[in-house]
Design a protein around this ligand. Structure first.
Ligand SMILES: *Cc1c(COP(=O)(O)O)cnc(C)c1O
Length: 376
């Protein structure tokens, strides 16, 4: 029996080992202080992350989903209001609206960048539309210039789902500072990930930052005096200290992700029936995921997995066809670009810790599939 190599999609273990001493120092400091909620680490991280994004404020919260929810709750959207977002995303992007009584309206992706198609958004804007919510999918910013223009023209909020794109830029400006607010996730596998759940909101609006901070902490004014009904969604002290340590490496990690993507792009460029990631005008990519498109996706996925390469699918079902959103009444065929992508997309292993020889192994197995296909 041959021992199969195993290359995970994301190698969190290797990152934990590499920076073990720094992480352990964070744990020791926490144990010494026994200060588990709030405190200096949270404040320091919020300040550093806001600065990193070129935003005035950052509010740490419990996770990326809460970050989205709290933004829309704080903006005061009312039952019957509509928000336009992208059907190709993780469910968190859209599942936050029903509890607010807000109706989510889906739009298709631009087939080049896989992000919200601004032309289609323009046609979906109605009297009821209150906000646009682009998703910087796989690490590539949506067309923020076009979306901001639409938002300004129609008096809409522009909110970024930035959960997959920490550090990416549009027109030379970091994401997280474009519209009224941006939601970040620090889920462990994200480009900047905690040791558990974590999230953050960046904004340039001091009132909005204040309101979100209050809502995330039980609507609290002072201890045991509560202005409104809020929730409990704070960024843990230990997560903030881990994130603060990691933030110093984020640019180097994103650069490494780009190197790996360039290696894949080059090595896979001459294969038939294979669409590689494309970069839209005026932006940088941080390759949270490296996603290719092929009509032979399912067979290729099985082949790679069988050879110990952990490829995956992001995402197999676009949001408008999810059972959870059946009540919205969308039918198959509504958003052809997203539907095609969901049937043909395949994510290859990528993370800053992936070695060149591992990337070569991924390419070798990948090519072996196409060679065996062409012999049939
Ligand atoms: C991860 C993710 C979220 C939610 O973040 P959590 O921290 O897991 O709640 C939201 N939107 C997108 C696009 C994501 O990838």
């Amino acid at each position: 029996m041959t021992v199969k190599t195993s290359i995970p999609l994301v190698n969190l273990q290797r990152q934990a080992q590499t920076y073990r001493d720094a992480f352990q120092a964070s744990f020791t400091a926490l144990l010494n202080k026994a200060d588990f909620i709030g405190g200096a680490s949270v404040e320091q991280f919020e300040k550093a992350f806001a600065q990193y994004c070129g935003a005035q404020y950052c509010v740490g919260v419990g996770n990326g989903t809460d970050a989205l929810y709290l933004i829309f709750k704080a903006l005061g959207l009312k039952p019957g209001d509509e928000v336009i977002t992208c059907t190709m995303s993780f469910i968190a992007t859209a599942e936050i609206f029903a509890p607010l009584g807000v109706k989510v309206v889906f739009a298709d992706i631009d087939p080049l960048t896989y992000t919200l198609d601004a032309t289609q958004v323009a046609r979906l804007i109605t009297e009821k539309t209150k906000a646009l919510l682009p998703v910087h999918l796989y690490g590539q910013p949506a067309d923020l210039a076009a979306l901001q223009q639409l938002a300004n023209q129609h008096g809409l909020f522009l909110i970024e789902d930035a959960a997959q794109a920490h550090g990416a830029e549009f027109a030379g400006q970091r994401i997280g500072s474009w519209g009224q607010a941006a939601a970040f996730s620090f889920y462990p596998g994200k480009n900047l990930g905690a040791f558990g759940d974590g999230g953050g909101i960046t904004t340039n609006d001091p009132e909005l930052a204040h309101k979100i901070r209050m809502l995330a902490n039980h609507g609290r004014l002072t201890k045991y005096e509560h202005a409104v009904e809020g929730v409990n969604s704070r960024l843990d002290t230990i997560q903030a200290s881990i994130l603060l340590t990691k933030l110093g490496h984020l640019d180097a990690w994103n650069a490494r992700r780009n190197e790996i993507a360039a290696f894949y792009n080059n090595a896979l460029s001459d294969l038939p029936d294979l669409k590689l990631p494309q970069l839209g005008a005026n932006r940088t990519h941080v390759f949270h995921l490296y996603v290719v498109q092929t009509t032979q996706r399912d067979a290729l996925l099985q082949f790679l997995n069988g050879q110990g390469i952990q490829a995956a699918i992001h995402y197999p079902i676009p949001l408008h066809l999810q059972p959870a959103f059946a009540y919205l009444g969308y039918q198959p065929g509504a958003f052809p670009h997203a539907e095609t992508l969901s049937q043909q997309c395949l994510s290859l292993p990528i993370c800053p810790e992936l070695t060149l020889s591992e990337a070569e192994e991924v390419v070798r197995v990948f090519k072996a599939f196409f060679e065996s296909e062409s012999r049939h």
